[in-house]
Design a protein around this ligand. Structure first.
Ligand code: DSN
Length: 429
């Protein structure tokens, strides 16, 4: 970074500032993590210089000997990690991955049945504000009760009525595992493809800490690579090879499912892949294949459980009464604050998390009732159950004393002390 410091001190200072912020604060945003130095080095490499439209061995431009090598490494490692028949590592992030799948499988007006955003689903699963909702018809299922269960009879009834071509599951704010067999059975009955967006829990699925959608014969699984999987910011699509509905939906096509997805990503949707990012993915997948990754993934869940338990002891209301993955959703209005107020207060104390809608929230998305809390990043730092209890106590102190600046300052100091005991890399000073 010496060159950057000399050439562009403004950008250099922003990068150093962010490194300092990450080092000295507690990162509880459930979708964030810290990549390894090796991933950063791969991302900051000359591979960013190269255009590689196409796929390994079938590119449009010359000079692809090393890009092919890197992309094949990423594909082979991802296949091994998730026992996938086919992998496309070119999606630039999670939204482009999901969009590419919609265009691979659907025609305008076709129906997708997915989880409601307000109940933990994701914006790219057809929220009305997205362009996808103008092209395809998205219908939604919700969770039920304080335990947040799915009513599969209800989902089946919606599917029988709406005739979706894709039944989609996956979430960005739901603290439980999913019963993929139940979704698959409904999809078989109505003739729908099954699609799982595992972005949040990819690392936990890779480590066999959570159920595997491919075991239930899911057709397509999409993911980002930067959450629990701990890779660079990016996306990926995994799928079966066979198109189980070739005769029903695609009888004039010569393509199987894998080919439909590949041509949807490129040339259908994206241009040149970001090869530096694909190199980072290859490195991260290599790391996830090592035995240590299993310990890390198991610890994420142990940490979430320990923190949830402590928060409940302290009187917090958590959706579903706890967690079995990496995140918790708290109804913070029960402690007298809105989600936005809690997020801002905790930010002042060096604890970063995000406001989030709580199921059936009556408040607006810009200032909802909930806050989402996640353990992947602090687990990467090496923190364990006892630190989780300590962090829960610190959060509780802040939200119960919103007007007391002294308490917030004291918690900020405690956060400094705690993070100093679990240092991150320092690359830039
Ligand atoms: N923004 C991500 C999250 O925080 O869950 C999902 O895209």
């Amino acid at each position: 970074m010496r060159t950057l410091r000399e050439i562009d001190p403004d950008v250099y200072n922003a990068v150093v500032g962010e490194e300092r912020r990450e080092n000295t604060g507690l990162e509880l945003i459930a979708s964030e993590n810290y990549v390894s130095k090796a991933v950063i080095e791969a991302m900051a490499s000359v591979l960013t210089n190269k255009y590689s439209e196409g796929y390994p061995g079938k590119r449009y431009y010359g000079g692809q000997e090393f890009t092919d090598l890197v992309e094949n490494l990423a594909i082979e490692r991802a296949k091994k990690l998730f026992h996938a028949e086919h992998v496309n590592v070119q999606p630039l992030s999670g939204a482009p991955a999901n969009i590419a799948v919609y265009f691979a499988l659907l025609n305008p007006g076709d129906v997708v049945l997915g989880m409601d955003l307000g109940h933990g689903g994701h914006l790219t699963h057809g929220h009305p504000v997205t362009y996808m909702a103008k092209i395809f018809k998205f219908v939604r299922y919700k969770t039920h009760g304080t335990d947040g269960h799915f009513d599969f009879d209800e989902i089946r009834q919606i599917a029988l009525k709406e005739k979706p071509k894709i039944i989609l599951c996956g979430y960005s704010c739901y603290p439980r595992d999913l019963d993929y067999n139940a979704f698959q059975e409904i999809a078989d009955e109505v003739g729908a493809y099954t699609m799982m967006d595992m972005a949040h829990i990819a690392g936990l699925i890779a480590a066999k800490e959570m159920n595997d959608p491919f075991k239930a014969r899911f057709d397509v699984v999409t993911t980002t690579t930067h959450k629990t999987l701990r890779g660079p910011r990016g996306g990926m699509i995994l799928s079966r090879t066979e198109d189980r509905y070739h005769d029903k939906y695609n009888k004039d096509s010569k393509k199987n499912l894998a080919q439909m997805i590949d041509s949807s990503v490129f040339p259908g949707f994206q241009g040149g892949p970001h090869m530096h990012q694909i190199a980072g993915k290859a490195v991260a997948f290599g790391e996830a294949l090592k035995p240590d990754f299993k310990n890390y993934a198991a610890q994420i869940r142990k940490n979430a459980k320990a923190m949830a338990q402590r928060l409940i002891e302290l009187g917090w209301t958590l959706f579903t009464g706890g967690t079995e993955n990496h995140l918790m959703l708290a109804d913070i209005t029960k402690l007298g604050l809105t989600g936005k107020e809690a997020q801002n207060l905790l930010d002042e104390a060096g604890i970063t998390l995000n406001k989030n809608a709580y199921p059936d929230d009556t408040r607006p998305p810009t200032d909802p009732s909930g806050i989402r809390i996640g353990t992947p990043a602090i687990t990467t730092r090496g923190m364990k159950e006892s630190e989780m209890k300590h962090i829960a106590d610190l959060m509780d102190k802040v939200v119960r004393n919103p007007k007391d600046k002294k308490i917030i300052e004291r918690v900020r100091k405690d956060v400094f002390d705690l993070t100093a005991k679990f240092p991150l890399y320092k690359l830039y000073k």
